[in-house]
Design a protein around this ligand. Structure first.
Ligand code: MN
Length: 738
């Protein structure tokens, strides 16, 4: 038993390894922060001991050794040193942040949270379904934390590695549980992150704990075969080294490839590969500095040994989906037995062995400029369990299949992970991030492309939500929202608004629109008409529902007024119900024109000189001119009457665009005929669209330019005299119509 470490004068075992590994990966960096983290951890854990009887500080330092040797950054090493202080000592997360910053706090908290989630429950695969669900939930949280910051998971794996290597001091039943969990959850995650070095160690340690006899038997066999084949391996290495040296490839390392006991066990027991085939095979690895040297080395390998046809793979040109790069070939070795050769650069080797951890080294060291892309790729890969048969255990695979058929993980542009039910759309995403974000959503981008709001998000997508301050949710979103959570938020939004107010707004809007068609609401909107409307409009069981839908903007006032108008026409002779152009009601008194610099023409109602208009005093944009009956003005005059100012607008000879909706008997050449009426009147037509309706009618939406209301009235008169025209209406808010 080591003596307790309780003074900063006494060196902590392993600390020298932390510093030398850090110095190697981050040349010239100061040790200052690391030393401070060590001191804080030492102080915090003072008087605490591991089950093995060792001072507690041995453990975080051992974790830090692994992290430092993987080449991870200073923050990660600090977090490794402090990973147990928040849970087990009086030191708080705030203390950690004050001293070491946000990232270190985030990581230490992340590791702490994973521990308190009782992942242990995830250990045994064949439990009741309820258990399995709980395991899936733990795993989901684990993956979530990992997606948020890979470093959390790497520290967690290093923590597990040290705990596994000191597992002997635990009770046997606990050993079995932890070893199972290691094999079924942590080793596959290490594989997924590409940290093979930790994966092998975790597997071999768990294997040793769970099947000590098999472990020892295989270890002896491996030792024996190694002894038997040692001279052959040495010969192969020396032969190749000489060959490389003679051909000017200096600094290239040649080494035997280590064998991992658990993988041998698996190959033999689970895949039925004969012992001889596994144990007799010798394999060497060639580590070059530059990529082109790999191919030169390959040429030399096949020059001294005869290649076995069909057993060459170029994973440098065609990397594996996880980014693995290497040249693989099999040759007839010095003693006539097959010899496996892997050739790769040092960087490829580090990525192969350290996986995600190596990306940190290259990120900061800038040897790998596409680190950001690399991370994005890793994230995608991390959540793509669809094509996964190599790296996951049965447990992880089955759980994750369940998990990922039900869940989808996406990212904010800032890299935060957001988890949602599978099939979720940008609407779900926005509400999931923040209710406000959802309520102000106007547009969404997935991986930089603008998408319809109903698009299903895929794992690993980066979703960007574009908002506008005065934007409002639409009830249509309910159809595009996948999760019940989102739908209740959208409904909640509308419920929050006063229903009475909505109903009143809808009622006012409809009556105004009906009046604009020359009908008297009091006369035409009786009980019969109400019943008719309820049947005509989606999801309505009362007239208040109709008003509410209109008030919420789900159904336009125009479409309801059109329905009323057509209904009245069906019941009454058409010549009596041809809409009176609203312009007829405009006062003829025209006085002085207005200062054009300070005024703007509202686009919603398209006023023209000479008609009844009012001004709305905007904040900083002068006065907005609306038609007096514009629904927007009526809305505003309720809320802020003081900002409405009377205006009389005299023609200044300029032309203004207005839109007309003309309902006609449908026939060939109709649009041309209508347009030619305007052409004859020397009126500019800015656009025209025809829409065929049932019962042989058509609607023409036409944009024209007029000088004033008199001009407009003349034109409307000409059109309504045209034989095929049933009605002609000025359109409010033409932009809102499809
Ligand atoms: Mn720990």
């Amino acid at each position: 038993m080591a003596s307790p470490v309780n003074s900063s004068d006494v060196p902590v075992p392993g600390w020298d390894r932390v510093l030398s590994a850090f110095g190697e990966h981050w040349p010239g960096a100061s040790h200052d922060r690391l030393t401070r983290a060590l001191e804080l951890a030492r102080l915090a854990h003072e008087g605490q001991f591991r089950k093995s009887g060792e001072p507690y500080i041995i453990h975080p330092v051992a974790v830090a050794v692994t992290i430092a040797e993987l080449g991870m950054d200073e923050d990660s090493i600090c977090a490794a040193l402090l990973h147990d202080v928040i849970e087990d000592t009086p030191v708080t997360a705030d203390d950690v942040e004050a001293e070491f910053g946000k990232d270190v706090r985030h990581m230490t908290e992340g590791v702490t949270k994973l521990q308190s989630q009782k992942l242990a429950e995830a250990s045994v695969s064949k439990r009741a379904r309820a258990e399995n669900n709980r395991a899936a939930e733990s795993l989901r949280k684990l993956l979530l934390a990992m997606a948020d910051d890979f470093r959390v998971m790497v520290i967690k794996l290093a923590d597990r590695l040290h705990n596994m290597s000191t597992i002997d001091s635990m009770a046997v039943d606990k050993q079995v549980r932890i070893a199972n969990e290691t094999l079924e959850v942590y080793a596959p995650i290490a594989a997924r992150l590409g940290i093979w070095q930790i994966k092998w160690q975790l597997e071999d340690l768990a294997f040793k704990t769970l099947h000590p006899e098999e472990f020892n038997a295989i270890r002896e066999r491996v030792a024996k075969s190694r002894k038997d084949r040692e001279s052959e391996l040495k010969t192969a290495i020396v032969d190749l080294e000489v060959m490389l040296e003679e051909n000017g490839l200096k600094g290239v390392r040649v080494m035997g490839r280590p064998k991992h006991l658990y993988s041998i066990y698996n190959k033999h027991v689970k895949q039925g590969v004969p012992w001889d085939e596994i144990l007799d095979l010798i394999a060497i690895r060639v580590i070059c500095e530059k990529q082109h040297e790999c191919y030169l080395a390959l040429g030399l390998v096949t020059e001294i040994w005869r290649p076995i046809p069909g057993l060459f793979s170029d994973y440098i040109q065609n990397p594996k989906p996880n980014g693995y790069q290497s040249l693989h070939t099999k040759v007839i070795g010095p003693s006539g037995e097959p010899l496996e050769v892997q050739i790769r650069t040092r960087q490829m080797h580090e990525i192969a062995e350290f996986g995600v951890a190596a990306h940190w080294t290259y990120k900061e060291g800038s040897t790998k400029p596409d680190a950001a892309t690399g991370f994005a790729q890793l994230r995608k890969q991390l959540f793509d369990f669809s094509n996964d048969n190599e790296t996951s255990s049965d447990f992880l695979r089955s759980v994750s299949t369940d998990l990922f058929s039900e869940q989808v993980f996406a990212f904010t542009p800032g890299g935060d992970v957001v988890d949602m039910p599978a099939g979720s759309t940008p609407i779900d995403f926005a509400f999931r991030v923040h209710t406000r974000l959802g309520e102000q959503l106007v547009m969404a981008k997935i991986n930089g492309d603008i998408v319809p709001l109903g698009t299903a998000i895929k794992n690993g997508d980066v979703v960007e939500i574009v908002t506008r301050n005065n934007a409002q949710p639409s009830l249509d979103w309910l159809e595009h929202a996948k999760s019940a959570h989102t739908r209740s938020k959208i409904r909640g939004y509308f419920r929050r608004r006063d229903r009475e107010l909505i109903i009143q707004r809808g009622k006012d809007g409809i009556e105004r629109e009906v009046r604009a068609r020359g009908l008297d609401p009091k006369r035409v909107m009786g009980d019969e008409m109400m019943k008719f409307l309820i049947g005509q409009i989606k999801d309505c069981t009362s007239i208040n529902d109709v008003y509410a839908r209109v008030g919420e903007g789900l159904t336009s006032t125009q479409s309801v007024a059109d329905k009323i108008y057509r209904r009245v026409r069906e019941l009454e002779p058409p010549e009596q119900s041809v809409a009176e152009p609203e312009a007829k009601k405009v006062e003829a008194t025209l006085i002085t024109g207005i200062d054009q610099v300070m005024t703007k023409r509202a686009r919603c109602c398209e006023p023209v000189p000479g008609e009844e208009v009012v001004g709305f005093v905007t904040r900083g944009r002068g006065i907005m001119i609306h038609r007096r009956l514009c629904p927007n003005v009526l809305g505003m005059s309720e809320k802020e009457p003081e900002r409405i100012t009377p205006i009389k607008w005299k023609s200044d000879g300029k032309s203004y665009s207005v839109h007309l909706l003309i309902t006609c008997v449908n026939r060939q050449g109709l649009l041309m005929d209508i347009v030619s009426i305007f052409a004859e009147a020397k009126t500019n037509v800015t656009g025209a669209k025809i829409k065929t309706l049932p019962n042989n009618t058509a609607e023409i939406m036409i944009g024209i330019e007029v000088i004033d209301v008199v001009n407009l009235r003349e034109l409307m008169g000409k059109i309504s005299n045209f034989g095929d025209v049933i009605s002609i209406l000025r359109v409010h808010a033409p932009g809102a119509r499809k």
